[in-house]
Design a protein around this ligand. Structure first.
Ligand code: ZN
Length: 331
């Protein structure tokens, strides 16, 4: 893990803004870092804190080796606080915020100021968020607060408006591949999981297993079989593939990426597929459709995904999709 901002991968614009703020002594007292999990928000936050805590900056960046830097890496620096939901709770409570405020009011132990990471910030209860407002506006002792969220619009507008809002993009595939390799993942494995991970390091690690790949293969096989099945069997298939809303949404993400790959094989065969490990099976499945019908299938999947995101019963939506998919004309 790096404590140097310029070594953070894939977030150049955000990181540049922070480095300029540090160089110009204009670091805000409250930041809101918005981006998907696993895109580098926490690494950036730690590097920002390190640049304020480090005792021997090198070219304006944390040295990585002084006692302060070492404690930050080890997660036991007494002036950095983490505010997150307690293990058995969903939300960050008002009591937790009050404790934090008491801590921030004390003099820092070692660092020039205290810092706090709040993650995930959208899990603050309304009471907790409201009681934090004053601290966000004027943290005691020049404290620094960094709120991490994957969806800023879930926060109270009064919280958002008191923070400097920085947006983190999902990592692109080459950056993600490089990062995975840097962290010791086998290059071949990194090249397989990175395109599937939707820009998230966390997701890439989730996918780094036979299980995730087996799931994609199962979905492709289910699509293949759907075209030869009776309605009753289709309903069994649907039951086997997914149940709840979230699970169904994930399933449609997989279906969409498989259909996109089939279409790519028709139109730009030389391109690297998202599901490259299934290339041969995708080619066979895709060849049974004229491209126009594949586009129709994609639109159908997109439309169904949107409906599931809304208020439609996910089970019915999936059944209906499989039924309509099974009736698309075959080449
Ligand atoms: Zn240092």
């Amino acid at each position: 893990m790096t404590l140097r901002l310029r070594e953070v991968i894939g977030q150049d614009r955000t990181v540049d803004a922070l480095r300029r703020a540090i160089a110009g002594n204009r670091v805000a007292h409250a930041y809101l870092f918005e981006g998907i999990n696993g895109c580098g928000r926490r690494t950036t936050a730690l590097a920002l804190v390190a640049s304020l805590f480090c005792r021997q900056l090198v070219a304006g960046e944390a040295c990585g080796i002084c006692p302060s830097c070492k404690k930050l890496v080890a997660g036991n620096h007494p002036d950095l606080h983490l505010l997150q939901p307690l293990p058995d709770k969903r939300d960050i409570s008002i009591e937790q915020v009050r404790e934090l405020q008491q801590m921030l009011a004390l003099r820092p132990f070692e660092a020039p100021r205290k810092a706090c990471l709040i993650e995930p910030a959208e899990r603050m209860s309304t009471g907790a968020a409201n009681s934090l407002l004053k601290t966000l506006e004027e943290p005691p002792g020049h404290g620094l607060l960094i709120l991490l969220t994957n969806q800023a619009d879930l926060l109270l507008p009064t919280v958002r408006s008191r923070c400097q809002h920085l947006r983190f993009a999902p990592l692109d595939t080459p950056d993600l591949t490089a990062l995975l390799q840097q962290q010791g993942m086998d290059p071949a494995v990194a090249a397989t999981v990175a395109p599937l991970a939707q820009g998230s390091l966390d997701e890439a690690y989730n996918l780094n297993g036979d299980e995730a790949r087996a799931e994609r293969q199962t979905v492709l096989e289910a699509l293949h079989l759907a075209r030869h099945q009776q309605a009753a069997t289709l309903f069994d298939t649907s039951e086997r593939l997914a149940s709840g809303r979230d699970e169904t949404l994930e399933l449609f993400d997989i279906i969409l990426s498989l259909l996109r790959d089939m279409l790519l094989l028709h139109t730009t065969p030389a391109v690297r597929l998202t599901n490259d490990f299934l290339a041969e099976k995708l080619r066979v499945e895709g060849e049974r459709f004229p491209p126009a019908n594949l586009i129709e299938a994609l639109e159908l999947a997109l439309e169904t995904r949107r409906a599931v995101q809304g208020n439609v019963n996910p089970k019915l939506a999936l059944e209906c999709f499989l039924l309509r998919y099974s009736r698309l004309r075959i080449a």
